[in-house]
Structures are given as C-alpha cells and as structure tokens.
Design a protein around this ligand. Structure first.
Ligand code: 5AD
Length: 350
C-alpha cells in the first residue's frame, strides 16, 4: 500500500474494519515499511517532566489548573541536569523537557537550562512545553534546542474548541504554531489522542492525512484515557456516530497508517499505550510501525504527581530497572538500541 493509495476513504475503512486479517496485514505492512526506511534501531528519548503546573483548563487532562487532586511541583535546574546525566549513562541520544503550560519556568530560565544541557552533554533537546510564544521558541532554538513536540489533538475545530478553553484573547493556535516552529528550524512533532469522546472515524482519518500534509518529523499518538479528576472523566460522556473507541488496538492502527504515510518519521510507542497495556503495549507499538520509546527519567518523588491520566506504567520503578527491561524487550523483538541523537535523516522523502 503506497501513500498514494491511502485515500481518506481507505484510511477510514482501515480504522473501522472488523476484519481481523485486514488489520493484521496493515500491521505487517507498517512493520515492513518501518524496517525498510528507518531500520531496526529503537531510539530512546529520556522524558523529564520538569513541572506539572499548568495555566490551562483542557477538559481531559489531569494537569488542568483546577485539579486539586495532585501536588504541584517544579523541578529545579540542577535536578533536570542530574536527570539528563542518567540519559547519558543509559546511552540515550535525546532528552525531552515536558511540562504543563508553566510560565514560571520563564523564557530566560529555560534558555539557560537549554544552554547548560547543550554545554554539558551531547544530547539532543526536545521541548514539549505547550503553547508558549513563538518569540520564546525562537530564543530557545538559539540556545540550542533541537526539536519541539506540540500535539494538535484533533483536526476538528469544533471538537478542539469544546475541549480546549482558550486563554483570554487567544484562539486555536496550534496548527499555525507548527508552521512557525518549522520555519524556526526545529524538527517538529505533533499528534492526537485516539478515541476522544466526539472523535469520529472521519475526523481521525483527516488527522492522519494532516500528519502527512504537515510533513511532520515526529508523530506521537496515544489512546484517550479517562481521568476521573477531569470534567471528561465521566465514562458516559457523549459519543458520535462512527465514534472511534479509545483502545490500544485502534491506536496501533493509527501508528501503522502513519508509518505508511510518513515512512521516515520518528514514531514513539507512547506511554498512554503502555498505561492501557503495561505488559505488552510497548512491544505491540514497536511491531506496528513505531521506532521510538520515551522512558521516564523524572525523579520518582515527582513522577507520581505528573498525572495526566491514571495508570501510568512504570511510575514507581527506578529508571535503571525500567531501562534494563526495555532493552530486553527490544532484543526479544530482534531490534537494537538507537545510536546517536536519532534526528531527521538527510534522505527524508516525506
Ligand atoms: N488521555 C490520554 N492522553 C492525554 N493527554 C492529555 N490528557 C490525556 C488523557 N486523558 C495527552 C495529550 C497531550 C499529551 C502530553 O498528553 O495529547 O498533548
């Protein structure tokens, strides 16, 4: 199945078919395309959750400002640098600095942190900090940051608006920002949640085609996980005709379709997949088109409060033991740990 054959209608059909053999063929084909274009290396991105404070009110996310059922923290720069040393020790090529939208990590604090990371390590630095200003992202690029992750969450403007109360004086900015970030020279990643209440197969097919139109370097997708501490945590909340179910299996189909459309993209087997299937999730993702894993390097005392959704996998396990386990999974799949930063490759075709 070439990208040209993946029309909207075909994608919609592959998302919704109950025909198990066809779904299995999709996974096998995506695995083949992954092997051919990005090889057997699995790149590790060490995730450092630098703050769980957030000014936003996204209806599905546990970090939303109004949630008082978690203790808020902000790591200090020394702690972040120590976590990055672990990434080096494990041979990872990248750290991802992730947080809620927390402006008390100021532009210059982050600038200094990025500079220190780049001076003291050989790591690529990815930012996953939400809707900060384009000027700020420009400063962080100049300080040495390499990549940005910003999911657009859904391409349906009505659904987006319903679940993302905007900041005063600001509309839906994410799609525009992805273009700006690219112009700034970042490698850019985005993605969506699979099975959001109100997400139809049509909408999700459009999301997947949009990944390709945007020419993304990285695409992260995970199942929507109900969080009872949010307004969307009520399992009886609305659905639409052709509602996409929020399952691991449906997420694997999205990973596979994304691989077929963007053969050279970096696609993680995400933590939300592992949250729903701690024993098998990562391996399933890696066999359906994914080539990246993002092990958590946040100090244990903070990690348990970075609760976007419940059931986070490995939340109480030391980084060393998780790392060993991931290595053995990768080996058992016949794959090898990635070398170097694992960034965009020169021969990118899409
Ligand atoms: N279930 C699954 N993923 C979620 N995210 C936020 N809340 C949830 C949830 N309840 C995802 C969003 C965000 C990323 C950091 O986490 O897609 O971009």
């Amino acid at each position: 199945m070439s990208p040209a054959e993946l029309t909207h209608e075909r994608i919609r059909e592959l998302l919704m078919t109950a025909h198990e053999v066809r779904v299995e063929q999709l996974f096998v084909e995506a695995d083949r395309v992954r092997r051919e274009h990005v090889g057997e290396q699995v790149h590790f991105r060490g995730l450092i959750e630098i703050s769980n404070c957030c000014r936003r009110a996204c209806l599905y996310c546990g970090l939303r400002a109004a949630n008082s059922n978690l203790s808020r923290y902000r790591m200090n720069p020394e702690e972040v640098l120590a976590a990055a040393q672990k990434a080096l020790q494990f041979g990872y090529g990248t750290v991802v600095l992730q947080s809620g939208e927390d402006t008390s990590w100021s532009t210059s604090d982050l600038e200094e942190l990025i500079q220190r990371l780049k001076e003291s390590t050989s790591l690529a630095v990815t930012l996953s900090l939400g809707e900060r200003e384009v000027d700020e992202y420009a400063r962080w690029k100049a300080a040495g940051a390499d990549r940005v992750l910003l999911r657009f969450e859904t391409s349906d403007p009505e659904l987006f608006g319903r679940i993302h109360p905007s900041l005063a004086g600001r509309g839906a900015v994410r799609l525009g920002m992805l273009g700006e970030l690219k112009r700034l020279g970042y490698e850019v990643g985005s993605g969506v949640m699979v099975g959001l209440p109100g997400q139809s197969a049509d909408t999700l097919a459009r999301d997947i085609l949009l990944f390709a139109e945007l020419g993304l370097d990285m695409v992260g997708v995970g199942p929507y996980v109900l969080n009872p501490d949010t307004p969307m945590g009520d399992p009886t909340s609305f659905t639409v005709p052709d509602q996409v179910p929020a399952t691991v299996e449906r997420t694997l189909r999205v990973i596979a379709l994304t691989r077929l459309l963007l053969p050279r993209a970096h696609i993680p087997s995400t933590s939300a997949v592992a949250a729903l299937d701690p024993a098998g999730g990562h391996s399933l993702g890696l066999r359906s088109g994914a080539n990246v894993i993002m092990p958590n390097l946040t100090p244990l005392s903070y990690r348990l409060n970075y609760l976007i959704y419940p059931g986070k996998a490995f939340a109480d396990r030391a980084e060393e033991s998780v790392h060993e386990e991931l290595l053995s999974w990768i080996g058992s799949l016949g794959r090898v740990p990635g070398c170097g930063a694992g960034g965009r490759t020169a021969t990118r075709s899409a």
